[in-house]
Design a protein around this ligand. Structure first.
Ligand code: MG
Length: 158
C-alpha cells in the first residue's frame, strides 16, 4: 500500500458554477480556477499522484497551459488514475474533508460520495467525504474560499 496526501484551496467568486467532487451544486458563487475549480478533485488528484510517486497536479497540468482552460477536473483525475495504472497501481480507498462555510454541504455529501466512488472505481464504503466549517475564521470562514484535503491509499493491481 502507498499513501498519498493532497490539499487545495480556491477562491469563491461570482459568475462561476460551483463544482465539488464532480457534482454541480446550486449556489450564487463558484470556484475560480483555470479548470472548473473543483477543489476536492484537485486534492484527490494530488493525493493519487503523490502516492504513485508521480509529481503533482501543477507539474502535469500547468495552469498556464491553454489546453487545460475550463477543463473538467474529472478529466485531470482520470489522467492521474492512468498515470497510476501505468505504474500498476489503483486506488484502494479515499478519505477527504471539504472545508467550506457556505454552502452547507450536508445535503449533497452522499451524492459527492457516490460520484467519487464511481470515478475511482471503488465501493462507496471506501470513500469518505466530510464537510467542515471554519467556525467563521479566516478566508474560508468568511466565505471567500473553499479548501479540501484528501488522503488515498493505492494498492498494486494485478
Ligand atoms: Mg486547484
Amino acid at each position: 500500500m502507498l499513501a498519498g496526501i493532497g490539499y487545495d484551496i480556491h477562491r469563491l467568486v461570482e459568475g462561476r458554477k460551483l463544482v465539488l467532487g464532480g457534482i454541480q451544486i446550486e449556489y450564487k458563487l463558484g470556484l475560480l480556477g483555470h479548470s472548473d475549480g473543483d477543489v476536492l478533485l484537485h486534492a484527490i488528484t494530488d493525493a493519487i499522484l503523490g502516492a504513485a510517486g508521480a509529481g503533482d497536479i501543477g507539474e502535469l497540468y500547468p495552469d498556464t497551459d491553454p489546453q487545460y482552460r475550463g477543463i473538467s477536473s474529472e478529466v485531470i483525475l482520470e489522467e492521474a488514475l492512468s498515470v497510476a495504472a501505468e505504474r500498476r497501481l489503483k486506488v484502494y480507498n479515499l478519505d477527504s474533508i471539504v472545508l467550506a462555510e457556505r454552502p452547507k454541504l450536508g445535503p449533497v455529501k452522499k451524492e459527492i460520495r457516490a460520484r467519487l466512488a464511481k470515478l475511482l472505481a471503488i465501493p462507496p464504503d471506501r470513500v469518505g467525504v466530510k464537510a467542515k466549517t471554519m467556525e467563521g475564521l479566516g478566508p474560508i470562514g468568511t466565505g471567500e474560499a473553499v479548501a479540501a484535503q484528501a488522503v488515498v491509499l493505492l494498492e498494486e493491481s494485478r
